[in-house]
Ligand binder design. Structure first.
Ligand code: PXL
Length: 269
């Protein structure tokens, strides 16, 4: 059984974070393990405003030990880390246990939160985690932050950001333009392996129910890597997977709607 670990926050609403990751791992037929970095909650009395409760350092370290020196894994991903000690611990365990199939989802914003969550952590993530990543999966905003440039608004700018992020250490860079790139008829992402660019296109899914899309995509890539796919194959398959998930999205309440990682069962190809 192929095993994949997520080091991520728990999203009490179930659509993002390690909940999205574990659902995705199950759909891929891989065994999921999870180290919880923080607990994220949403408040119906405050328009679904997010709060974040970090998990204590000792607890996080004990979880990582359980996973890496206990069970062992074929691949790993990180999501929302939320503290400098979570970034440092993740980097130490991923490095010490030579986890080669590691996907870095540099979560800097939450849908609904509007602004960067922990701007002071961005450089630490870039310095400690980018060099370990087989695949980094920033969205447009995160790509701009990691590349030290404005948020890309064109495919050319995405390519420039990808080159900078590669130069900072990620072996493969997958920038998710998705539905956010202005003036496009399809959801355009860019994959760069240090030599070639591939434009990864999917149907533009007309939905506002996209909560957890980034987590699900990165989890699908990590699961693909654990199954032995190469980075580009993993990304291509993840793109199909997330397109189905978004098509299967639904309204959870009047503020938010998640994708549905099990939607591919209605017709994956
Ligand atoms: O979608 C980003 C994200 C990642 N991780 C956790 C979250 C969210 C957004 O709500 O709660 C735990």
């Amino acid at each position: 059984m192929n095993k994949v670990a997520t080091i991520a926050g728990s999203d009490a609403s179930g659509g993002a974070g390690l909940e999205a990751d574990l659902k995705t791992f199950a759909e891929y037929g891989v065994y999921g393990l999870a180290a919880v970095t923080l607990v994220a909650t949403m408040d119906p009395d405050r328009e679904w405003a997010h709060s974040v409760f970090p998990v204590e350092r000792d607890s996080l370290e004990a979880q990582l030990k359980t996973i890496f020196s206990g069970v062992g894994v074929d691949a790993a991903k990180t999501g929302m880390l939320g503290s400098s000690y979570a970034v440092e611990l993740a980097a130490w365990y991923l490095g010490e246990f030579k986890i080669e199939r590691y996907v870095l989802d540099p979560v800097m914003v939450c849908k609904g939160a509007g602004e960067a969550l922990n701007p002071e952590l961005n450089e630490l993530v870039a310095d400690l985690l980018l060099p370990l990543a087989l695949v980094a999966t920033p969205n447009l905003f995160e790509a701009g932050q990691l590349a030290g440039m404005e948020t890309p608004t064109t495919v050319d700018e995405m390519k420039r950001a990808a080159v900078r992020i590669f130069e900072r250490g990620a072996k493969n860079v997958f920038i998710k333009g998705g539905s956010k790139l202005p003036g496009q008829q399809s959801a355009i992402d860019i994959f760069y392996d240090g030599k070639d660019f591939n434009q990864v296109e999917g149907a533009l899914v007309d939905t506002t129910w996209t909560h957890g899309a980034g987590c699900t995509t990165a989890a699908a890539i990590a699961a693909g890597l654990a199954l032995g796919l190469d980075p580009y194959e993993s990304v291509s398959r993840a793109k199909k997977f997330i397109t189905y998930s978004l098509k299967g999205g639904f309204a959870l309440n009047r503020w938010v709607g998640p994708g549905n990682p099990s939607a591919w069962r209605k017709g994956f190809n």
